[in-house]
Write a protein that binds this ligand. Structure first.
Ligand code: ATP
Ligand code: MG
Length: 397
C-alpha cells in the first residue's frame, strides 16, 4: 500500500482553454514550495494525484501536508491509500479507513450513532463491479464490521471514497487549502509592506488572486530601529510560506522623510511621504516588470486613507493599485491576520516611519489640484533617484 495525495482545485476548473496553463503553474508552484522533495503529479480534469517517493520519513510527510495546506490554487487535499485493484485489498483498506474515522471521528453527540457514506467511482470500466455495486458491497462490509455505524447518504459524519483507476484509491477526510489562483498567474505585484497589521494581509489576499509578490519597504533608520527592519523580514517570511518565491526590497527613506518634513506644511507630511513611496513603487514596478501595486489601505481607517487622500497618493502611479482591504473593518483584518499567522509579528512594538513622523493633525480632505500643486512645488527628483539607486534586495527563503 502506498500513501498518496488527492489534490482538489476549484476556480481553475472554470477556466476554458487556459486551464492547462493554470494547472502547470500550480504544479510548478507546489514543487517549488516543496523545496526539493521529489513528487510525481498525475491525473486530469481537476482530479490530480501527488505521489511522493516510497519510504519518505515522517518529517517529509509533514512538510508535504503543510505545503499542500498553503498553496494557492488548491482548495483542499485528501490523504489517500493506493492499493492493487482486487476486492481483498480494497476491502481491507476501506475497513482500515473506516476504523480510523470511527475512532477519531466522534463528531456526533453522545449516544447518537455515527453515520457514513461510501462513494465508489469506476474509471476503469473493465473492473468487474459497477460503481453502484461497489458502493453497496463496501457499505455492507463496513456495517458488518462496525455494528453501531449507520448509513446516511445525505449528510454523513464521514465519507469514504473509492476510485478504481489503474490502481484502487481509497480516501476520506478533506483537508483545507487556501483556494484562489496559483501565484504568478496574474503577473507580479509590488506590495507596499509596512510593519503594520494591514499590508501583510493585503499581500496575502492579492497573492491568493494569483499575484507573485515582491515586497517593498521604506525604512527610516535611525529614527526606526534595526528591530523594525527585522520585523518586516519576519512578516515577509510568513507571507513567503504561501508562495513559491519572494523578494523584499528596502528603500533608505530617511533623507527623503526628513526633507519632506522640513519642506511641507506639518499636516501634509504623511500624505507627501505616501506620495513619494508611490512614485518609488512605480519606478520599481517598471524596473522589475511588475504589473500592479498593492497597499493595505482601508477606507477612512486612518487620516491618510480618506477617499480624497487615496486619490492623491494613487495619482503618482499609472499601475493599477490593488487595495484588497478597502471595504474591511479593522476587526475583520485582524481576524484574517491571525488566521494567516502575521498578526503576532505585526503587533511587536517596533514602530515604522509613519508613526515616527506622523503629524498630530494630518490633512483629511485636500482639494486635489491644490495639494498636487503644493507637492509638485517641492523639488525631490534627485533625492528620489538617489534612494531608488540605493535599494537593497533580499531574497526571502
Ligand atoms: P499597515 O497596517 O499596513 O501599516 P496602516 O493602517 O498603518 O497600514 P498607513 O500607515 O496609513 O496604514 O499605511 C497605508 C499603507 O501604506 C500600508 O498598508 C502600506 O501598504 C503602505 N505603507 C505604509 N508605510 C510603509 C512603509 N514604511 N513601507 C512600505 N509601505 C508602507
Ligand atoms: Mg502602518
Amino acid at each position: 500500500m502506498k500513501t498518496i495525495y488527492l489534490l482538489k482545485t476549484c476556480e481553475i476548473n472554470l477556466k476554458g482553454e487556459n486551464k492547462s496553463t493554470f494547472e502547470r503553474k500550480l504544479f510548478a508552484n507546489i514543487r517549488k514550495q516543496l523545496d526539493g522533495i521529489k513528487v510525481r503529479i498525475s491525473g486530469r480534469k481537476g482530479r490530480f494525484f501527488l505521489a511522493p517517493d516510497d519510504n519518505i520519513d515522517e518529517k517529509t510527510r509533514n512538510k508535504i501536508e503543510k505545503t499542500l495546506s498553503s498553496v494557492f490554487g488548491l482548495t483542499g487535499f485528501s490523504i489517500a491509500k493506493m492499493v492493487e485493484k482486487n476486492m481483498e485489498e480494497i476491502s481491507k483498506t476501506v475497513l482500515e479507513v473506516a476504523s480510523k474515522q470511527f475512532n477519531d471521528g466522534v463528531t456526533s453527540p453522545e449516544n447518537v450513532p455515527l453515520t457514513f457514506k461510501i462513494t465508489a467511482r469506476r474509471s476503469d470500466k473493465s473492473f468487474k463491479y459497477s460503481s453502484y455495486e461497489l458502493s453497496c458491497i463496501l457499505g455492507g462490509l463496513v456495517l458488518d464490521n462496525f455494528k453501531t455505524l449507520k448509513v446516511n447518504l445525505k449528510n454523513p459524519d464521514f465519507k469514504i471514497n473509492v476510485e478504481i483507476r489503474d490502481k484502487a484509491v481509497v480516501y476520506s477526510s478533506v483537508y483545507k487549502s487556501p483556494g484562489g489562483l496559483p501565484s504568478g498567474i496574474s503577473g507580479k505585484a509590488i506590495l507596499l509592506l509596512s510593519g503594520g497589521i494591514d499590508s501583510p494581509v493585503a499581500g496575502y489576499m492579492m497573492a491568493k488572486r494569483g499575484c507573485a509578490i515582491e515586497a517593498l519597504h521604506f525604512e527610516t533608520y535611525p529614527y526606526t530601529s534595526e528591530q523594525s527592519k527585522e520585523k518586516v523580514i519576519e512578516l515577509a517570511k510568513k507571507i513567503r510560506t504561501y508562495l513559491p518565491k519572494m523578494k523584499l526590497y528596502f528603500v533608505p527613506f530617511t533623507e527623503l522623510q526628513v526633507y519632506i518634513k522640513q519642506n511641507c506644511k506639518q499636516e501634509e507630511i504623511t500624505l507627501f511621504s505616501r506620495a513619494v513611496m508611490m512614485k518609488i513603487a512605480h519606478l520599481l514596478a517598471e524596473k522589475i516588470k511588475a504589473n500592479s501595486i498593492v497597499t493595505g489601505e482601508a477606507l477612512s481607517q486612518v487620516a491618510s486613507q480618506t477617499a480624497e487622500n487615496i486619490r492623491f497618493t494613487g495619482s503618482h502611479t499609472t499601475y493599477p493599485l490593488f487595495r484588497p482591504l478597502i471595504g474591511m473593518d479593522k476587526q475583520e483584518i485582524i481576524t484574517k491576520a491571525k488566521e494567516i499567522g502575521t498578526y503576532e509579528i505585526s503587533v511587536l512594538p517596533y514602530p515604522d516611519c509613519c508613526s515616527v513622523f506622523a503629524p498630530p493633525h494630518p490633512v483629511l480632505k485636500p482639494v486635489f489640484e491644490k495639494i498636487s500643486a503644493s507637492f509638485n512645488a517641492i523639488e525631490m527628483d534627485a533625492l528620489i533617484e538617489d534612494a531608488f539607486a540605493k535599494i537593497e534586495t533580499l531574497t526571502i527563503t
